[in-house]
Ligand binder design. Structure first.
Ligand code: ADP
Ligand code: MG
Length: 703
């Protein structure tokens, strides 16, 4: 068997103005030989394609896209629209609303006064037919193109309706249907734009230029071109162009674009700052770590753009529904004609039932929510997770770094004979040198505070959920809990300390060549509960999350103390693997499980949960990657908020879908029984899109 080495490519696509279009493009690319997966994103206007480069190439994909309809693959990636374009869009929208109401008024009046009948009789039929054909040419051309590829669209059915009207010499009716087909196209375009707006608004916040020090000179370069290690200079009111570390100056930084936190951060030397945040006052010199798409903000934008690929179940349902809906409509039209023999009723049936709004109902709402939330420090990686979170009933919570501040302090150092306090701490700090765990950080800080020398450590080993080990000063030093140093558990001093709920780090030394191990001492660590946790847990309960449980690798008493404080059950002494098993067990019982963690030692459990929520993801890469929902700042109030947003979004989605379905079927029924003249049917079919747009816009204004 040969292993195909496939590549992934992002291909920008223009001209997808309806949700039906995304299906066409997906099918066109997917049908190519050598294409493995395709995701078409309406919001980001691109396709994510995985393909085998030996069997298919970009030009082939490009021509498949072009062949599917009026779609194009631009040569260059377009720049995000500036604000003048935004206001132009707004004016266009107003203009469109005006034209729409005007046409509607004329149609209603005309039909009521019988003016169309008169017009029909006055103008010779061939002239009328010519008007219809010319006016509707762009629509008919697309219908023809799609039909040649064996694809039936909503507009194809409507075109048959137009032909039916012409057949009974009602050219004015046909013309009005054509007008509304085109008006409907615009409405749909703006509805699709509505979905894109949230994504575009976000990417418009990305920094454009950076002032870099090169050869002792300040130089303006595009923000994405700053190299790691370079120094950038940022002045008051300016945007920080890169992720990096402050190396000079002092400033108040508004980080709300990344973390959603409204209180500015006081930044001075040593503080980490993020691209796309803004200096309220002061100036900074920053050593760049990452820029452009690699920066935290860049990755957030990319994740929001690609969120559409993680489609919710309702979206899949809507897609499948669209695919069977048109044949159903065609069937109803055929029945109508057979029974009533009335071509105008038949035309009305064909005209009233545009399917685009059904396909748009979900993505427009989801993208509005995802885009808006991202600006507030709450990153949903897909509509799927909004959907799952909305019905979550079990919440599992990691302790260290998640419930607690994650900045434990070493409060006591207890040597047990062989070495003194300073040596004990120095040995432990050396072992913890490369540890990412908050406890490792605590040990290093304690050693630093006592200005201890930094010893060299080799053969570093990490035991997730247990501790660390390395060779220091000729001995094999272990720092960890009772799982890793079981012989320490029986020491009399241990029991008393554990009963107080403190976290103990045992330090043991063994000869490198093998031999008896000796417990050198104990480091006592204390961490405080985040102040906002109790209220957040209350809020989650009030939202109907039935079971909340604490999972920790720490010992029984530490877990018990916190559990009692919060009034939640707990499980202690868990390894990362056991946390996964617990998640699975709940899932096996049919629960929808949310896991909240900090990405340290619990990333696999986060990934296993139906929804993994990571705390403070702006700081840690693993958390940002592993989680399904990333909280960009360490703030528990965001957890119940995420649940509320998910519920609200699903409410809007269901309302969009429900109203559209009811509306369409009511329209179909009225048309089939001859109560809806084709001209009204044509007007009626463009309303659901407007409804979806308006309904979903509620999600753009959160808080
Ligand atoms: P939690 O499940 O509460 O987030 P972890 O699984 O991260 O905790 O760690 C569980 C326990 O393992 C800690 O309480 C500590 O005793 C021990 N441990 C983990 N990492 C380290 C380390 N780097 N140094 C010392 N002890 C550690
Ligand atoms: Mg943890």
């Amino acid at each position: 068997m040969t292993v195909a080495k496939s590549v992934s490519l992002e291909i920008p696509i223009r001209g997808m103005d309806c949700a039906e279009c995304t299906r066409h493009v997906r099918e066109a690319i997917g049908s190519l030989d050598g294409v493995e997966t395709v995701d078409v994103l309406l919001g980001a206007e691109k396709a994510l394609v995985r393909f085998d480069p030996e069997r298919v190439d970009l030009p082939a994909i490009r021509s498949a896209v072009a062949g599917a309809g009026d779609y194009t693959v631009p040569e260059t990636v377009p720049v995000p629209p500036d604000s003048s374009q935004e206001s132009l869009n707004r004016r266009l929208r107003l203009l469109m609303a005006g034209v729409f109401s005007g046409v509607l008024a004329i149609v209603v009046l005309g039909e009521w006064l019988g003016a169309f009948e008169v017009l029909n009789r006055l103008v010779p039929l061939p002239v009328g037919v010519a008007i219809v054909l010319l006016g509707g040419w762009p629509v008919f051309r697309n219908v023809l193109r799609a039909a040649l590829r064996g694809r039936i669209t909503s507009h194809a059915l409507m075109t048959i309706g137009v032909i039916a009207a012409l057949a009974v010499q009602q050219w004015v009716t046909a013309a009005i249907v054509v007008i509304f087909m085109r008006v409907g196209d615009y409405v749909e375009y703006f509805t699709a734009e509505g979905a894109r707006r949230a994504v575009r608004d976000l990417s418009a916040l990305a920094p454009q230029t950076a002032r870099v020090l090169r050869d002792g000179q300040e130089q303006n370069v595009p923000a994405g071109q700053v190299r790691p290690g370079e120094t950038v200079v940022v002045r008051p009111g300016e945007q920080i162009p890169v992720d990096g570390e402050v190396i000079g100056g002092q400033a108040a930084v508004d980080q709300s674009t990344v973390t959603g936190e409204p209180m500015p951060l006081e930044a001075a030397s040593g503080v980490r700052v993020f691209a796309a945040t803004i200096l309220k006052s002061g100036s900074l010199r920053i050593r760049a770590h990452r820029a452009g798409p690699d920066s935290t903000f860049g990755r957030v934008v990319k994740m929001v753009e690609e969120a559409e690929a993680h489609r919710a179940e309702v979206q899949r349902f809507a897609d499948r529904f669209s695919a069977v809906y048109l044949p159903i409509v065609a069937g109803i039209a055929a029945l109508t004609f057979l029974i009533s023999r009335n071509p105008l009723s038949t035309a009305a049936v064909l005209v009233v039932a545009c399917s685009c709004s059904i396909a748009l109902a979900t993505p427009v709402a989801m993208l509005a929510s995802i885009g808006t939330s991202a600006k507030r420090g709450l990153l949903f990686k897909g509509g799927k997770y909004l959907e799952t979170l909305a019905r979550a009933d079990v919440l599992l919570v990691d302790k260290t770094g998640t419930l607690t501040l994650g900045r434990p302090q070493i409060t006591e150092i207890i040597p047990l004979g062989e070495v003194g306090v300073r040596e004990l701490l120095a040995l432990a700090a050396a072992v913890e040198r490369d540890s990412e765990h908050p406890l490792g950080q605590a040990v290093r800080s304690a050693a630093m505070a006592q200005e201890l020398p930094v010893w060299e450590a080799n053969h570093f080993q990490s035991f997730p959920g247990q501790g660390v080990r390395a060779v220091v000063d000729g001995g094999r030093i272990t720092v960890g809990n009772r799982r890793l140093v079981p012989e320490a558990a029986s020491l009399p001093v241990v029991q008393g300390l554990e009963r107080q709920g403190k976290t103990l780090l045992f330090v043991a030394r063994a000869p490198v060549q093998g031999g008896e191990r000796c417990v050198l001492g104990i480091l006592v660590a204390e961490d405080t509960l985040r102040p906002e946790v109790p209220a957040a847990i209350q809020a989650l309960r009030a939202l109907g999350v039935g079971h909340i449980e604490l999972l920790t690798g720490d010992h029984e008493r530490a877990a018990a103390r916190l559990g009692e404080q919060l009034g939640v059950p707990y499980r202690a002494g868990l390894l990362p693997d056991e946390k996964i098993q617990i998640v699975k067990r709940f899932q096996g019982k049919g629960h929808t499980v949310v896991m909240v963690g900090d990405g340290v030692n619990d990333a696999p459990a986060l990934a296993q949960a139906d929804v993994g929520i990571a705390m403070g993801a702006a700081g840690t890469d693993i958390a940002l990657e592993a989680a399904h929902v990333a909280l960009m700042r360490e703030d528990w109030t965001l957890v119940p908020e995420a649940l509320q947003i998910a519920r609200r979004t699903m409410g809007v989605v269901k309302m969009n879908l429900g109203l559209t379905a009811v509306y369409n079927f009511a329209g179909l029924a009225l048309a089939a029984f001859g109560f809806l003249p084709p001209v009204f049917a044509a007007a009626a079919q463009s309303f659901p899109d407007l409804g979806i747009l308006a309904n979903s816009a509620r999600l753009l204004k959160q808080r």
